[in-house]
Design a protein around this ligand. Structure first.
Ligand code: GAP
Length: 478
């Protein structure tokens, strides 16, 4: 196995139609990306997998699709107008913006590798300043350490200030693009209670776009300005907060492990020591991306923070009334970044393998059920009636499965192309097909081939690449 570097990964994603830089013909746009023909299939499969895991496997979790633009009071009630801020520092020469805590962290990582005591001392000062929101002390740290602009190498810094990360809609007083999908769930809490017969504990799941004006947007699709979240808010009795928080922490980690990316060591559960404005306790599931361990999903106890504030701002009752009790439920939230999960799956699946003949093959070893294309159908040669048989198989089966038909190159090149986009199976029609009604079936990972009957193809695709197998496993721990 040969090592893959991050630039190669980005280039592979573009060349094979997974991810394109947005507006590329106009020079691109920082931290915004488009999903190409294979990218959108993979993304839709991930969404379907998460959605069904949440709503189909849990009978008490239901779905919602709320709007991106909401009443401005939603964001006052949720605390995002006042508190959804990052710290910001500008370099007056390069005119670039940075997050001061990241400048300090990166400086310390680079310069005090062999001096753990000094590193510890600076990180502890950084932590204290962040905890106390002491912006003056943060600036002193930057000056003391003589931290320069990474590009211009000058120390001509502005003061540090707060910067709200929501995108305001121009010409619309006080309207924003949503920075999290969760508020659509809280503001529909009453409608959902009234329109269903769901009882506590229950969850509401949603997949949708969120927008954040990220100052420090980089690392490909890891941190974007427009991204998608897959969130679930679980409404519970207040006295059961810790029980359900622990349940969802474990349940979500198990779900990630079942994806079987790399190995168990690729995941970490980390408790938050810096809490978001809405959470009482929280943790992150971190994944080992090509640039190190980083957050992929957050699990937060939001208690009654959101519903209580929406009650206050809307003057509507957002409560549960049951057996002489009247209360605002607590909420445990699971919040997964769809694009980050995409990157985790893509980066851990992309392999360069040295073959016996010394050549290198590039292969995307996606979990079968997530692959953009489930199977490819080829004729061995473009003559003697083989394309006609292969096309018939393709037309008969394409209503059931995500398939491609290809005959444009030699069989070896057709296999390599399917490897590079992660297709688990290739079925080839050859001269024996005419006599025996069989085709060769080639497996992406082992590259081994065997003969099967044409009538078996559909079942094999369904069994090997459908969601049934993985759902059977998942349903054991739900
Ligand atoms: N509702 C809670 C919430 O939004 P968060 O930790 O800010 O919590 C949840 O975000 C998840 O959304 C993160 O774990 C990450 O996967 C994803 N996410 C957040 N900001 C992102 C960005 N700028 N680009 C891509 N994904 C992002």
């Amino acid at each position: 196995m040969c090592k893959i570097n991050f630039d190669f990964l980005i280039s592979h994603a573009k060349v094979y139609g997974f991810i394109f830089p947005s507006s590329e013909i106009y020079g691109g746009l920082n931290a915004v990306y488009d999903y190409g023909p294979h990218g959108v299939e993979l993304k839709n499969n991930i969404k379907k997998f998460w959605w069904k895991s949440m709503t189909q496997l849990h009978e008490n979790i239901i779905g919602l699709d709320s709007s991106i633009i909401m009443h401005s009071d939603v964001w006052h009630a949720s605390g995002h107008v006042d508190k959804f801020n990052e710290l910001l520092i500008d370099n007056k020469d390069s005119k670039k913006r940075y997050r001061p805590e990241i400048l300090i962290q990166e400086y310390v990582e680079k310069n005090f590798l062999n001096n753990p005591k000094k590193k510890e001392e600076i990180l502890s000062r950084l932590f204290q300043s962040l905890q106390n929101q002491n912006l003056g002390e943060l600036k002193i740290l930057i000056d003391e350490l003589c931290i320069c602009d990474p590009i211009f190498k000058t120390k001509n810094w502005t003061e540090i200030r707060h910067f709200n990360m929501m995108y305001k809609i121009k010409n619309e007083k006080d309207l924003y693009l949503r920075p999290e999908t969760a508020q659509g769930i809280f503001s529909n809490f009453h409608n959902i209670l009234k329109s269903t017969r769901i009882k506590i504990p229950f969850g509401i799941a949603q997949i949708g776009k969120s927008f954040r004006n990220e100052i420090f947007a980089r690392k490909f699709i890891f941190r974007m300005r427009e991204f998608e979240q897959m969130e679930m808010q679980y409404f519970i009795l207040p006295e059961e907060e810790i029980k359900w928080y622990e349940y969802w922490r474990k349940n979500r980690l198990k779900w990630h492990l079942e994806l079987n990316l790399e190995n168990k060591q690729s995941y970490k559960l980390c408790d938050h020591d810096h809490l978001a404005h809405y959470e009482n306790v929280g943790s992150d599931i971190e994944f080992h991306f090509p640039f190190g361990f980083k957050e992929i999903e957050g699990i937060h106890s939001r208690r009654d923070f959101d519903l209580k504030n929406h009650e206050f701002f809307s003057k509507k009752k957002l409560r549960i009334f049951e057996s002489k009790r009247n209360y605002i439920p607590y909420v445990i939230e699971t919040s997964l970044g769809l694009d980050r999960l995409f990157l985790a799956i893509f980066s851990s699946s992309l392999k360069k393998e040295k073959l016996k003949n010394g050549k290198i093959r590039v292969v995307l070893k996606f979990p079968y059920y997530l692959s953009p294309i489930q199977a490819a159908i080829f004729p061995l040669v473009r003559k003697d009636g083989l394309p006609e048989i292969a096309k018939k198989i393709f037309y008969d089966l394409k209503i059931h499965h995500r398939l491609v038909y290809d005959e444009k190159e030699s069989i070896g090149k057709l296999y390599r192309r399917q490897d590079a986009i992660g297709t688990p199976f290739c079925f080839t029609v050859d001269y024996d097909t005419i006599k025996t009604d069989t085709v060769t079936m080639r497996n992406r990972d082992s590259m081994k081939q065997k003969r099967i009957y044409i009538k078996e193809i559909s079942n094999i695709i369904e069994q090997e690449t459908g969601l049934k197998k993985i759902f059977k496993k998942l349903s054991y721990f739900i």
